[in-house]
Design a protein around this ligand. Structure first.
Ligand code: NDP
Length: 476
């Protein structure tokens, strides 16, 4: 049954957008020496603000500010004092969460109900969690007196702008490092609002520096001689380039890269719950999720049943205005990403898979892609091997648990996997067999600050989150 919904738009008046933004260096917003570029709302193509592209000189200025703050202030400050700043930042994030959520949805295109109910609560939780560690580092399991590394260069993608910022900045600061962070070109605005929050929290100048820009800015940060650690989340291709730059230097590195996760449904699974998990696994955040369940493996005996339930459920998804509180699937983040999703979907059809998209009206302006599934997919198809990073699900089948494991592991990636079954013993057996950093059982896309997250193989190395996430920011 189709329901009529009255629009329920969240007001954007809570956000005070400036027409242009500089860089955040040494505790102040400063002009950069590079050109500017525009940040647009992917839902409407409206220009939101002019952003500065940080040059090599600007990156150098930021790294010098971070080094000074590290040597003079932050590395000397007792952990219990650093904790106070992190708690303060966490509380301000909670207080300003509506403003941050609206800006995130405006700039990124994700539905407000996700930025409001998932991203922002998690962002605050990561800061609270690592604030809690700052005065207990000697109990983290990394020696009696773990020492910070120094200056961390951190580069984040556009799919979870603030959440990835919190995964990077909170552990680095808790461990006593200072940071220079580069947000993605299409989603810099919430990082710049976070810079204001650092000012509001009276964070000592230079402890957090934000340099906006594109790939060249990120590359200058990675190559800078006074950066001690590089933390990157993004595509496997750029991750490999970063690894090549860092190779042979004393820099430490963590890479959180792509994925092509298998979401595996056995015939004894509670199917309605599994269908919710399939939908959440691939349509959450428009499928712009590195750990998305983009390959559905269904046991053959329940294939027809799962497929018909899935289509019925997908038909209820509401695609449209990210600021409307009814919206389930928002806008694709950029024209480039939309082109990539369209291209891979066309390749899927050319290679012989059958495409089905939700029949829905897409807005005239902006970047949109209807939730889509492919059946008749074989393991050799590109849509089964490559990260599409959009609301596109490839469906395959299996007969035995061993076949499910073999198909799930048949990928160069290894970030996450999901298992749906009634049997606890099978969950444990599968978790043991699957080459994935995270295995969810009867759920999907669950995150918690106390739980480590990271990959195998081309999904990268190092862990973020939990006690493990601190390790990457210690020298010993
Ligand atoms: P990138 O890997 O290019 O972007 C991630 C971050 O790295 C951004 O801040 C980007 O800046 C920056 N960057 C780009 N080039 C360099 C470089 N040479 N040195 C240092 N930093 C650099 O991802 P894209 O946005 O281009 O997306 C491409 C594809 O990557 C997507 O289609 C998707 O498949 C995948 N992806 C995977 C993510 C994941 O978490 N697994 C996240 C994002 C994308 P800028 O954005 O300004 O170019």
């Amino acid at each position: 049954m189709a329901f009529e919904y009255a629009p329920a738009p969240e007001s954007r008046s809570v956000v005070d957008l400036k027409s242009s933004y500089g860089l955040f260096i040494g505790g102040d917003f400063v002009d950069g020496s590079g050109p500017t570029f525009k940040s647009v709302s992917p839902a409407t193509e409206e220009v939101l603000a002019e952003i500065t592209e940080a040059s090599d000189d600007d990156v150098d200025r930021a790294v010098r500010a971070a080094r000074q703050a590290y040597t003079r202030v932050w590395s000397r400050m007792p952990g219990r004092e650093r904790a106070k700043y992190l708690y303060r930042i966490a509380r301000i994030i909670q207080e300003r969460s509506r403003e941050l959520a609206v800006l995130e949805s405006l700039d990124n295109g994700k539905p407000i109900k996700e930025s409001r109910d998932i991203d922002l609560p998690l962002v605050a939780a990561y800061f609270f969690y690592y604030a809690g560690w700052a005065d207990k580092l000697e109990h983290a399991g990394y020696g009696d007196d773990p020492r910070p590394l120094g200056v961390a260069g951190q580069i984040i993608p556009w799919n979870f702008p603030l959440l990835m910022l919190s995964w990077k900045i909170a552990p680095a600061l808790a461990a006593g490092n200072t940071v220079v962070l580069k947000p993605a070109e299409t989603t810099s605005l919430t990082a710049l609002l976070f810079a204001e929050i650092c000012q509001q929290a009276d964070l000592p100048p230079g402890v957090v520096n934000i340099v906006t820009g594109a790939g060249a800015t990120g590359s200058a940060l990675v190559a800078h001689g006074d950066v001690d650690k590089v933390a990157f989340t993004g595509s496997t291709e750029v991750g490999k380039a970063i690894a090549r730059t860092v190779a042979g230097t004393s820099k430490r590195i963590t890479l959180e890269l792509g994925g092509k996760a298998a979401n595996i449904v056995f015939d004894d699974a509670p199917l309605d719950q599994a269908v919710e998990g399939i939908v959440n696994g691939i349509f959450f955040n428009q499928g712009h999720v590195c750990c998305a369940g983009s390959r559905l493996l269904v046991q053959e005996s329940v294939y027809d049943d799962v497929l018909s339930r899935l289509k019925r459920r997908m038909a209820t998804l509401r695609v449209g205005d990210p600021l409307d509180k009814n919206t389930d699937v928002g806008a694709i983040n950029s024209a480039e990403q939309l082109a990539k999703i369209q291209e891979l979907s066309e390749i899927g059809e050319t290679e012989g898979a059958q495409r089905w998209s939700v029949p829905c009206r897409l807005p005239d302006r902006g970047f949109w892609f209807a939730p889509t599934i492919f059946t008749g997919v074989s393991q050799a198809h590109r849509i089964a091997r490559e990260e599409i990073f959009g609301p596109v699900l490839s469906i395959l089948t299996f007969r035995t648990p061993a076949e499910a494991v073999e198909k799930a592991n048949n990928t160069p990636f290894g970030l996450s996997a999901g298992v749906w079954t009634d049997k606890g013993s099978r969950i444990l057996w599968m978790a043991d067999q699957l080459r994935a950093g995270v295995v969810w059982a009867n759920t999907f896309n669950r995150f918690d600050p106390s739980s480590p997250f990271g990959g195998y193989k081309e999904s990268g190395f190092g862990r973020e989150g939990g006690r493990h996430g601190l390790e990457a920011y210690f020298a010993n």
